[in-house]
Design a protein around this ligand. Structure first.
Ligand code: ITT
Length: 184
């Protein structure tokens, strides 16, 4: 079956397609302009975007909203991760928490699957880790060069295998595929 993935982020599409390649679910990227509502809740943002996308595309859609939540910054950049990345990048984040000892952070993802005239299905994923002292690695995207997952020593940009196995997005995608194989 075909599902539209409403996103402008190619990396998200690649990660989703990779895990769905052995299923009968075909993902088509639809890079439609969706105005993102302001909210502290990834879920609220994702549901709003999914409703908009279904109305526009008239087909089943997936929307994913994600972000990096840093403990010592009161969960900033959180739902503003994309905007903050565009403004100050990951170097700006390193500078912001320079000299702060607590470097704990969590990546979070919410996937919403929505069929026309149905209730949204919600799948979440989280990955705990720390913000590196300096950026390292070239793989991945966004904040990958500064995120070291819990119990590891390399950033996701240095060790993409780790990311492919246990990222916040992978966790949410796996929950979706489990649900999809019995419900779609
Ligand atoms: P959409 O079109 O799907 O909204 P987006 O990139 O704007 O794409 P979000 O609004 O969900 O997506 O913003 C999430 C931001 O958080 C993203 O742009 C990255 O900067 C960061 N991010 C999310 N997941 C990440 C990951 O796996 N690795 C590194 N950074 C990530």
């Amino acid at each position: 079956m075909k599902i539209a993935f409403a996103t402008g982020n190619k990396n998200k599409v690649l990660e989703l397609k990779k895990i769905l390649e052995k299923t009968n679910i075909q993902i088509i990227q639809k890079n439609i302009e969706i105005e993102e509502p302001r909210s502290e809740s990834l879920q609220e943002i994702a549901i709003t975007k999914a409703n908009y996308a279904v109305n526009k595309l008239k087909m089943s859609v997936i929307v994913e909203d994600s972000g990096l939540f840093i403990d010592s910054l009161n969960n900033f950049p959180g739902t503003y991760s994309h905007w903050v990345y565009d403004k100050i990048g990951y170097i700006g984040i390193i500078n912001l928490i320079n000299k702060i000892k607590t470097r704990k952070a969590t990546f979070k993802a919410v996937i919403v699957y929505l069929e026309p005239n149905k209730k949204p299905q919600i799948f979440t994923g989280e990955k705990q880790g720390t913000i590196a002292l300096e950026s390292k690695g070239v793989d991945g995207f966004g904040y990958d060069p500064i995120f070291i997952p819990k119990n590891e020593t390399k950033t996701w940009a240095e060790n993409p295998n780790s990311k492919n196995q246990s990222s916040h997005r992978q966790m949410a995608i796996k929950k979706f595929t489990n649900w999809a194989t019995t419900n779609l």
